[in-house]
Ligand binder design. Sequence first.
Ligand code: NDP
Length: 246
Amino acid sequence: MSAPGTALISGGSRGIGRAAALRLADDGYDISIGYRSDEEAAAQLAKRLDESGVRCLTHRLDVADPQAVRDWVGRTEGELGPITVAVASAGITRDRPMLMMSDQDWQEVIDTNLDGVAHVCRAALFPMVKRKAGTIITLSSVSGVLGNPGQGNYSASKAGIIGLTRALAKEAGRFGIRANAVAPGMIETDMTAVLTADQRDRTLGAVPLGRFGTAEEVAEAIAFLASDRAAYITGAVLQIDGGIVL
Ligand code: NDP
């Protein structure tokens, strides 16, 4: 079987992106990890991948900067070869009710989560269109599907990602390129580690499966969407949420 190519993963150093990097490496992809500041986490993951014989690179950047994203995509293609899967996982929260939200908290979340995802998708799409091959997977959230009080900025960004992903699916389908979103519910990562015991209990009460999900469970869905097993799936929003949206 021929090698599946290179997976480019923003936010690949921690949490869901990291789990996706490990899972896609298992499927034979070379791995390009984008991260913002936690060098240690990126280096540890790169070491683990290196030791298991996976070709990988790590690249420090701010996904909100479109030129920085283009540089990362160019470096990845130069060093690892054609990007066949792009996973846009980098994201942040700055939670506060809208009435109390600062302009900065609004803008940082939109810049990172929405603009950042758009930059990654656009930069990766160019070489994919030239080759008429590739697939894009974005990280939305149940917050973008339902709207979440205290997360106006985050919910807006994640709803925007759904619109963007569906538009991309329609634009790029004729080039044989698929674009899908995953919309996780509550997943055990650093992002949700900041919740108070009270917030966790209240959230868990709304999850039919009665537990938070794992990053590996989301990564499994990402690997599926990346693969030929999902060859006829595009524009989908796959909820991985233990039933919280029901
Ligand atoms: P984590 O906080 O665990 O990891 C975030 C990752 O994104 C890190 O690698 C971080 O790099 C990177 N990152 C953040 N900002 C930037 C930036 N400006 N430029 C480049 N990289 C950046 O998050 P999760 O793994 O929990 O979340 C991943 C995605 O899944 C996010 O988009 C999130 O919104 C979404 N999601 C998560 C859910 C959850 O319950 N955890 C639920 C629903 C959706 P560094 O460490 O260097 O800062």
